[in-house]
Design a protein around this ligand. Structure first.
Ligand SMILES: Cc1cc2nc3c(=O)[nH]c(=O)nc-3n(C[C@H](O)[C@H](O)[C@H](O)COP(=O)(O)OP(=O)(O)OC[C@H]3O[C@@H](n4cnc5c(N)ncnc54)[C@H](O)[C@@H]3O)c2cc1C
Length: 430
């Protein structure tokens, strides 16, 4: 580990998922000397693309939908100059199908914050009335212990056809258990701001080409050190600060002016900093990938109600399906899941006839994200810790958002901002 001597003023960013990358690029852009450590051989963590040998093609580890209202993700993408790696943002249109009765509709929020789209039957959910939507305002005034189902009418068609699928996807938590406050925050930042905040941003190639590779290129161009295969296994604290980082590959003395951004998953963070309280209950996500082209002319993605699949994405040569909070499915055999989900895909995308099962791959992430229940939210730590040179980043940190790309990036940018504030405080005092 030759470059890592005892110099002052470095920022050690541990973990090269989106939280760590966001912190690192923001700090490097502000002129800090950044060293990025990653235990794996690649960056991106839970948001990346790779060649799947079994399927014989490159896939994303999961389907990640980013919207134009995700302001932290957009700042990050601007910083790493990656906006051109996305398809031209489409209109804010969200096609849905209810497989139980074969009905289809398309949600089309209007421009501007005044949501007049709910007054138009061809823009709102089929079978719902404008006044049904007013009930969502109750989410705004909910207490911290309230769940989405406590707050909204769980028996209503609007709940089944809109609030539930959106909440489960955004929170990776069953709507019956998900935090009403957190759901409100999501709606406030996207649907509540109209079409301009709801335009889908779809990577042209894959997650890594849009979110990861440009960040690594920018860091290298700014002179940051990036060390793969470098796992942090312990931290030594002295007084109110981190004094030493113990990596698989050697010890790093933490200089007086150095800072650390710990951007590892919650379970790793609490192993390294034992007094840290973090969310401990995680929910699974299942992704199914089929190596087949979708019928021409269909949408880029479609929301599915009344089936097993929840969201179906069409990608070049691959169709991918996501099921969030997949507790009831995660122990079922992959063969069974591939057939079950394929039936929904074929119906949702209107494949002609009875299409045979194409080559498939089922990915089960048993601990995909923390469960966004009111109880788990009380366990989210702040960015700033009681150690004056240690900051936290990661989707589990208290950003006010669920564990998403937007939440992870916001946590990384917040850690970088906190370092900027700490540096500003130090300078006047010498
Ligand atoms: C299947 C799936 C589907 C998802 N779908 C969506 C979606 O549609 N929309 C959305 O917004 N979000 C989605 N998410 C959530 C999103 O991917 C995560 O919230 C986000 O990527 C988390 O980023 P992170 O940087 O906080 O953590 P991670 O991505 O987990 O990054 C942590 C990094 O730290 C490294 N590390 C761990 N231990 C050490 C150590 N001791 N030393 C050094 N490095 C270490 C890890 O290797 C990893 O690279 C999905 C997640 C999954 C798994």
């Amino acid at each position: 580990m030759s470059p890592m001597g005892n110099g002052a003023g470095r920022v050690h960013v541990v973990g090269a998922g989106l939280a760590g990358l966001a912190a690192a690029v923001s700090l490097a852009d502000a002129g800090h000397r950044v060293v990025l450590y990653e235990s794996g051989q690649h960056a991106g963590g839970r948001c990346r693309s790779y060649v799947d040998a079994e399927l014989g093609t490159r896939i994303d580890n999961g389907n990640h939908l980013v919207l134009s209202g995700n302001r932290s993700a957009l700042s990050y993408l601007r910083l790493i100059d990656a906006l051109a790696t996305f398809e031209e943002p489409g209109d804010a249109v969200f096609p849905f199908v209810d497989l139980a009765i074969g009905e289809r509709w398309t949600l089309r929020p209007n421009r501007g914050a005044l949501p007049w789209w709910v007054l138009c039957s061809d823009r709102r959910v089929l079978g719902t009335r404008p006044r049904d939507y007013l009930a969502a305002l109750r989410l705004r005034d909910c207490g911290p212990d309230t769940t989405i189902a406590d707050c909204l009418d769980a028996g209503s068609l609007l709940y089944r056809r809109l609030w539930q699928p959106v909440a489960v996807a955004a929170l990776n938590t069953a709507a019956e258990a998900g935090s009403a406050r957190l759901f409100w925050q999501i709606l406030r930042e996207t649907l509540g701001r109209g079409a301009a905040a709801c335009r889908p941003l779809v990577p042209r190639e894959g997650l890594s080409e849009s979110f990861v590779d440009p960040a690594l290129a920018m860091l290298r161009a700014k002179g940051a050190e990036i060390l793969f295969g470098t796992r942090l296994r312990a931290i030594r604290f002295a007084d109110a600060r981190v004094a030493e980082l113990n990596f698989d590959s050697g010890l790093i003395d933490v200089g007086d002016g150095d800072r650390i951004v710990l951007a590892v998953p919650a379970a790793v963070a609490t192993r390294l900093v034992t007094e840290l309280i973090v969310p401990e209950d995680h929910a699974p996500i299942i992704n199914a990938h089929y190596r087949v082209a979708a019928p021409a002319g269909g949408p880029l993605f479609i929301g599915v109600v009344g089936g097993t699949a929840e969201w179906v994405f069409r990608k070049p040569g691959v169709i991918s399906v996501t099921v969030s909070a997949a507790d009831s499915l995660v122990d079922r055999p992959a063969e069974e899941l591939s057939a079950l989900l394929w039936r929904d895909v074929a119906a949702a995308l209107r494949f002609p006839g009875q299409p045979p099962l194409p080559p498939w791959r089922i990915l089960k992430e048993r601990r995909a994200t923390f469960r966004a229940t009111p109880a788990q939210l009380t366990r989210r730590p702040a960015t700033v810790t009681r150690w004056n040179n240690l900051l936290l980043a990661g989707d589990y940190v208290d950003t006010g958002l669920p564990a998403t790309i937007e939440g992870a990036i916001r946590s990384g940018l917040a850690a970088a901002d906190a370092i900027a504030r700490l540096s500003a405080i130090r300078i006047p005092g010498g």
